[in-house]
Design a protein around this ligand. Structure first.
Ligand code: DON
Length: 303
C-alpha cells in the first residue's frame, strides 16, 4: 500500500475541519498552540515512517503517556496491576471524581486520570523514578534521544492541577496510593509534559503493533499483555467518546489534551495524528476525522 499517498489524501480530506474545536485552556501553557496545526505519521512494524503536515513538530503528549506507563507497569508487575485499577470503560470525563467514591477509590481504568495516577504510583514503587523510566523508554522506542519533558507545561499543570490533587488525595484516603501523594503528582505532571512529534509517537507505539516486541526485538510485554493494552485502548482510550471512536475508526487508540491521538494496527503499523482543536470530550476534532478517513480509505481496521 502507498502509505504516503494515503496520508496526503487524508490531509486533503480533513482540511474542512482544521481549526475546529478548542485548545485545552485548563492547563494555561497548552492554550498557546495554534488550533489549525495538523500532522500525521505512520510507522510500520519494520521501522519505515511516513508523514504529512506538521508530523515532525513536537507537541505535548499529555494522556498519551498513560499507554506507556501502563505497559511498563504491566511488564514489571503483571496481573497485580489490576488489583488497584479496573479495566472497564468509565462513560465519564477523564478527570471525573464521582465514580471514585461509589467504587471505593478503585478507578475504572488506567486511562482516566485517577487510574493513571495509580499506575504512576506503582511505576514509582517499582523503579524509583517513574518519569525518568518513561522518558528513557520513549527515547529508545522512538529512536529519538532528544525526547524530553517541557518544564513550562509541567509547571503550568502543577500550578493548576487542583482536580488531579483531589483525585490523588481521595484515593490515598482509601489506601490506594503507595508513595506520598506529592511525589506521585509530580511524576504524573512531568510524564504528561513530554514533548514528542507524530513521527516519534507512531514509532513509540510500534511495540503494540508487534504484539509486545520492542524496536530492538527485545520483549516488553507478552503477546497476551499486548492484547490487553490494545483492548483497554479500544474501550477506554478516548474516555466517554470511546464508543464513537471505535465506531468511526475501529482501532485501539489513545488521545491527549495536547491534541494528539495514537492508534495501533496490529501486525502493520503505529499511527499518530496531531491537531490541537478539541471536542467536548477532550479529543482532537481533526485527529478523529483523520483516523476515520484513514481507516475508511484503506479498509484497515481491526474489524
Ligand atoms: O491530567 C490532566 O488533566 C492532563 N495532564 C492530561 C489529560 C488528558 O490528556 C486527557 N486526554 N484527552
Amino acid at each position: 500500500m502507498d502509505y504516503q499517498a494515503v496520508l496526503h489524501d487524508v490531509w486533503d480530506a480533513v482540511r474542512p475541519v482544521l481549526g475546529q474545536g478548542r485548545v485545552a485552556t485548563y492547563i494555561p501553557a497548552l492554550a498557546a498552540v495554534d488550533p489549525r496545526r495538523f500532522g500525521m505519521a505512520l510507522a510500520t512494524v519494520d521501522g519505515d515512517v511516513y508523514g504529512v503536515g506538521d508530523w515532525r513538530e513536537p507537541f505535548s503528549i499529555q494522556s498519551i503517556s498513560k499507554v506507556f506507563t501502563l505497559a511498563m507497569a504491566l511488564s514489571r508487575d503483571g496481573d497485580a496491576v489490576w488489583r488497584r485499577v479496573g479495566k472497564e470503560p468509565s462513560g465519564n470525563p477523564f478527570n471525573s471524581l464521582v465514580q471514585l467514591e461509589y467504587e471505593h477509590g478503585i478507578p475504572r481504568n488506567p486511562f482516566i486520570n485517577a487510574g493513571a495516577l495509580v499506575i504512576t504510583d506503582r511505576l514509582q514503587q517499582l523503579t524509583g523514578d517513574a518519569r525518568g523510566t518513561l522518558r528513557d523508554f520513549l527515547r529508545a522506542e522512538s529512536g529519538n534521544p532528544s525526547v524530553d519533558f517541557d518544564p513550562v507545561i509541567a509547571a503550568s499543570e502543577a500550578e493548576h492541577g487542583h482536580r488531579n490533587r483531589a483525585l490523588a488525595h481521595f484515593m490515598a484516603s482509601y489506601g490506594n496510593m503507595e508513595s506520598p501523594v506529592s511525589e506521585v503528582l509530580e511524576h504524573y505532571f512531568w510524564q504528561c509534559s513530554l514533548a514528542m512529534s507524530c513521527a516519534d509517537l507512531a514509532r513509540a507505539c510500534g511495540f503494540l503493533a508487534r504484539h509486545g516486541e520492542r524496536a530492538d526485538g527485545a520483549r516488553l510485554l507478552t503477546r497476551s499483555q499486548a492484547k490487553q493494552v490494545n483492548a483497554v485502548m479500544l474501550t477506554c482510550g478516548t474516555y466517554d467518546a470511546a464508543g464513537e471512536f471505535a465506531y468511526r475508526v475501529g482501532l485501539p487508540g489513545k488521545s491527549g489534551v495536547g491534541g494528539g491521538i495514537i492508534a495501533v494496527i496490529p501486525n502493520r503499523c503505529g499511527l499518530c495524528v496531531w491537531s490541537p482543536g478539541l471536542d467536548a470530550q477532550g479529543n482532537s476534532v481533526a485527529g478523529m476525522e483523520a483516523l476515520d478517513q484513514f481507516t475508511t480509505l484503506t479498509g484497515l481496521s481491526i474489524f
